[in-house]
Write a new protein. Structure first.
Length: 320
C-alpha cells in the first residue's frame, strides 16, 4: 500500500486549461413530490430483484437457468403483476429533493459554495483517495479529481429520494392476512422503484436540469451499463465509502419535507431511499477506493475536525 502522500502524487491530473463547465438551469434546491410511478416503470432493473429470494444469476438469462429458471419465471410474473397493481393504485409515494451548487476541488476535498460568488462555503465534502499500488500510468483516484480547482467555475449536484412512503401500511395489511410472500414482494418492488427513480432523475439531470448531455439517447441497457456522461456517487458505495457525508446532506437538503430521516447509524428511513451526488465531467468514472491506510484516516479526521475514531467509524470495510 502507498502512503497518502505517494497516492496524492499519483493523482489523476486532468487538464483544466480549456475546461468550460456547463451551468445548471438553476442554483439551489427543488422539492419534487408525488412523482408518477408509471414514469419510473421503464427504468426498473429486474436483475437484483431475484436476489431477494436468494436466486442468483444475470437477468434475463436467469429465466432459462436449468436450476432456478422455473422459480425465477414465477417470481417475475408475480412481481410484474404486483407492480402493475401498485402503480394503478398508487400504493407508494415517490418523492425527491434535487439541488445544484457551485463547487471546486481543494486537494482531496470538494468545496460546495452557497452561490456564484464562491465566497461562502455551504459545506465541504471530504474525500478519500485510493492508496493501493497501481501499475505505472494508472492514477490513484479521488472524486475531487473530477471537479475543477478553485479559480474556475464548476458545479456539483446532489439528491435524495424515497419510494418507501406507503410501504409500511401496505405491508402491515399483507401481514394481517398472513401473506408473507406479498409483503416481501412489496418491499422488493419498492427497492426496485427507488433505483428506477434514481435512474430517471439522473437522466433528467443530464438532459434537462443540468443539461450537459442534452442530446443523449440511451436505452435502459445502456443506462444500466453507465454509458452516460458523468457519475452519481452515493455514500457507502465503492467510490464514496464514507457514510458520514449523509449527515451533511440531511442538514443541507429539506428532506423532512419528503418524510426522509437519518438514524444514529446513518441508515435512511424509509428503507427504500437513496441519496448521493452528481458529477458532470466527461472523464468522471466510478472506481473502488479500496483499502485505506491509517495515515489517510488521520488526515481525514483532521480535515473533518473529528477524532480518528469518529473518522474511521463509517469506513470499517476499507481499513487496512
Amino acid at each position: 500500500m502507498l502512503s497518502l502522500s505517494q497516492a496524492r502524487s499519483h493523482a489523476l491530473a486532468l487538464d483544466w486549461t480549456n475546461f468550460t463547465a456547463q451551468k445548471p438551469k438553476f442554483i439551489g434546491q427543488r422539492v419534487l413530490k408525488n412523482q408518477n410511478l408509471a414514469d419510473l416503470v421503464p427504468y426498473v432493473d429486474w436483475g437484483p430483484f431475484f436476489q431477494t429470494w436468494d436466486l442468483s444469476g444475470p437477468y434475463p438469462s436467469i429465466l432459462s437457468d436449468e436450476v432456478v429458471g422455473e422459480a425465477a419465471r414465477k417470481l417475475l410474473v408475480d412481481g410484474q403483476a404486483m407492480l402493475k397493481r401498485l402503480v394503478a393504485a398508487q400504493w407508494l409515494n415517490a418523492n425527491a429533493v434535487l439541488a445544484f451548487y457551485p463547487a471546486n476541488s481543494r486537494g482531496d476535498d470538494i468545496v460546495v459554495w452557497r452561490d456564484e460568488t464562491r465566497q461562502q462555503e455551504l459545506f465541504v465534502w471530504h474525500g478519500v483517495r485510493q492508496q493501493t499500488a497501481k501499475a505505472p500510468g494508472r492514477p490513484n483516484r479521488c472524486l475531487s479529481d473530477f471537479v475543477a480547482p478553485i479559480g474556475q467555475a464548476d458545479y456539483v449536484g446532489m439528491f435524495a429520494l424515497s419510494t418507501g412512503q406507503g410501504v409500511q401500511a401496505k405491508e402491515d395489511a399483507f401481514m394481517l392476512e398472513h401473506d408473507d410472500y406479498n409483503a416481501i414482494m412489496l418491499k422488493a418492488l419498492a427497492d426496485r422503484l427507488a433505483e428506477a427513480f434514481a435512474e430517471y432523475l439522473h437522466e433528467r439531470v443530464r438532459k434537462d436540469w443540468w443539461g450537459y448531455a442534452a442530446d443523449e439517447n440511451l436505452n435502459l441497457s445502456a443506462l444500466l451499463k453507465e454509458h452516460y456522461q458523468g457519475i452519481r456517487p452515493a455514500p457507502g458505495y465503492p467510490a464514496c465509502p464514507d457514510h458520514a457525508i449523509k449527515s451533511t446532506l440531511f442538514e443541507v437538503l429539506p428532506l423532512s419535507d419528503i418524510g426522509m430521516t437519518l438514524t444514529s447509524s446513518l441508515a435512511m428511513d424509509p428503507a427504500s431511499s437513496i441519496c448521493g451526488f452528481y458529477l458532470a465531467h466527461p472523464e468522471a468514472r466510478y472506481f473502488n477506493v479500496g483499502a485505506l491506510g491509517q495515515d489517510q484516516i488521520e488526515d481525514l479526521a483532521q480535515r473533518q475536525g473529528v477524532s480518528r475514531e469518529q473518522a474511521a467509524r463509517f469506513l470499517g470495510p476499507n481499513l487496512s
